[in-house]
Design a protein around this ligand. Sequence first.
Ligand code: SF4
Length: 275
Amino acid sequence: MATQSKAQYLTDIHTILKKRYKPKAESTSTRLTVLEAVVFGICHEDTSREQATQALARFKDDFFDWNEVRVSSLEEIQAALVGFPNADDRAYRVRRFLRQLFEKTYSFTLEALAKKPLKESVKVLQEYEVLASDYVLATVIQGSLGGHAIPVDESSRRALERLGVVDPGTDAATTRALLERAVPKNRGVEFADLLEELAHDTCVEGIPDCPRCDLRKVCPTALHPPKAASIVAKPAKDETKAVKGSTAKSAPAEPTPALDPAATKPAKGKPGRSK
Ligand code: SF4
């Protein structure tokens, strides 16, 4: 499909999805801090925006501050991620990021990056292990740094593949680059949200619910839907993905952080949490 017709096809998909799902105003109006955007990205990959927003709110409400998250056990961090797939790996990645951030800056802010040129900020962010995830990086660029980025997780990538926008097996980073060329910046956030709605509503893993999907008249997969027998069960994620930059199933052991004055939990925490 030529670039021009692909851009038109994506515009048509956007229009149809906008009629089906109501775009959420808060997606485009709320800026996250850089730190929050990293945590949000870790939580949002292959989950809904609502789930990720709730998890971010729990981190802010249930912990004294980000330092308390940094020095908490993985079990304590997982409590903010209840109901999430791969909660143990997400908890590990959140803590790993906070530990690296503290080791590098002795603080819990990266707001100076919001004032730097985007390329420079991205270079700094890529020094952090969790930013090896293209999804998390794109989330930060879009949600905090004001750049044009359309985060693509496996759920969105799967929907775009079924729609024939990308060839089978195209990775998320390549898919993202294609989207960012074809979808203008002022529609990027809304497009990503609508795609997410689609991927969690009808274009689900396994057999898609094409009869209920408003894209069925333009989608090539709707004409030849996969049969149950052709769906090969995916191996467990810990067999296929390295933990670094992914939502692998089991979190690896992490080196104990160097002792520092802030490495203990604050004496004054919120009620109900063990200190
Ligand atoms: S028609 Fe079916 S395969 Fe195509 S986008 Fe909709 S649910 Fe997915």
